[in-house]
Write a protein that binds this ligand. Structure first.
Ligand code: SIN
Ligand code: CO
Length: 375
């Protein structure tokens, strides 16, 4: 059984992913948050976490960005506010459990796990997101409304949040703890907490834009002093209209630019680094300290970005934006280490007999990616 019940993972990808919403009831049992609402609030006061409080309803909304103070929380009204925290898996690695069922989509497509906590009426208003999202109801209830026809350009003026001005409900559901809703990018949605203690986890995906990709590729190339080839028009025909930029020059320039991507070795090294680099220079990741079964000897925080790819003469392994080479014989080891967040002692004992596994494991420990579980 997949997380979608009778719908297989492939069927989900074929029929829903990036296309249409899907509601699944009771996919998760007992999501116990590893923090209290007070601890979540404390995180927004004491760390560099990307958090905020959104207060409001109807056409009036206000946002307070982290770092927050105790006073901010004292001044929030009784109802109609939401505390949101991005990248929550960095702080509570055990929340990787919520991400696990969706790893039939590659890790590099995942942006972060966000949590929201709200009393009655709490919401961030009707809006669209540019990315796919799974909205998982952790605790309490949230009422979700969708408007596939909403104009995403039409937002409230004088509001620092992009809140839609016109939102006409076309579909709606109340989600209970354990239910989840998948939304494709740019579909207008509006979630409102029903009753107190509403906690929603969102797995946000990322799809880099052409601009972001090319920008990063150019930075990489500049660092390597590449892309120095200049336009070459040897033996060009004479022109009659000196002012014209003719089609053959247009094609020539396009070809020169297209070939800027042609060095496969440079390209894949850049891509692996780009797709695994830490978000916004946020390096601090927390250890998995509690709720670890006795047999678990080592863990890795799911927010560490790992990826690999196979080439004819070896593997390229990317660890938080850095590229490393490994022999083809390390493939089983890297597959295993990338797939798991927790490493039981007995399995490791066996695997560490393999020298390739041992080397890679040692390397991940050096990087601080794999950590020993302290008693
Ligand atoms: C929330 O959890 O309150 C908002 C999530 C979203 O709408 O993307
Ligand atoms: Co949203």
């Amino acid at each position: 059984m997949s997380i979608f019940g009778a719908i297989s993972e492939q069927q989900f990808l074929d029929e829903y992913w990036q296309q249409k919403p899907l509601l699944i009831r009771q996919a998760f049992s007992n999501i116990t948050p590893p923090f209290s609402p007070e601890e979540l609030a404390g995180l927004c006061c004491d760390t560099d976490v990307a958090g905020r409080i959104v207060i409001g309803k109807d056409k009036h909304w206000q946002v307070l960005n982290a770092p927050l103070t105790e006073q901010d929380f004292l001044e929030t009204p009784e109802t109609h506010w939401t505390l949101l925290v991005n990248d929550i898996e960095r702080y509570y690695p055990q929340l990787g459990e919520i991400i696990k069922p969706f790893r039939f989509i590659p890790d590099w497509r995942i942006d972060d796990l966000m949590v929201s906590y709200a009393p009655e009426g709490g919401s961030v208003g009707p809006h669209t997101d540019e990315y796919d999202v799974f909205l998982i109801q952790g605790q309490g209830q949230r009422h979700w409304q969708l408007d596939p026809d909403a104009d995403s350009q039409c937002c409230l003026s004088d509001c620092e949040l992009s809140i839609l001005d016109n939102f006409n409900v076309q579909k709606e559901w109340t989600l209970e703890a354990g239910d989840f809703l998948y939304l494709p990018p740019n579909l207008a949605h509006y979630g409102v907490a029903q009753g107190d203690g509403c906690m929603t986890f969102s797995i946000g995906f990322r799809a880099p834009s052409q601009y972001e990709l090319l920008n990063s590729w150019l930075d990489h190339s500049a660092e390597k002093k590449r892309l120095t080839q200049r336009y070459n028009d040897q033996k060009r025909p004479t022109v009659t209209h000196s002012g014209e930029i003719n089609s053959s020059d247009i094609e020539g320039i396009k070809t020169l630019m297209r070939t800027a991507l042609d060095d496969d070795q440079q390209f894949i090294t850049w891509l692996g680094k780009y797709l695994t680099e830490a978000k916004n220079d946020q390096q601090t990741l927390y250890s998995h300290t509690d709720h670890v079964d006795d047999d678990i000897a080592f863990t890795r925080n799911p927010a560490h970005r790992l990826a690999w790819l196979e080439q004819e003469d070896g593997l390229l392994i990317f660890i938080n934006g850095e590229a490393n080479h490994a022999p083809l014989e390390s493939k089983a080891a890297i597959e295993y280490l990338c797939q798991h967040y927790e490493f039981p002692a007995d399995i490791l004992e066996e695997k560490l007999c393999d020298s390739h596994f041992k080397d890679l494991f040692a390397q991940l420990m050096d990087y601080g990616v794999v950590e020993v579980v302290e008693d």
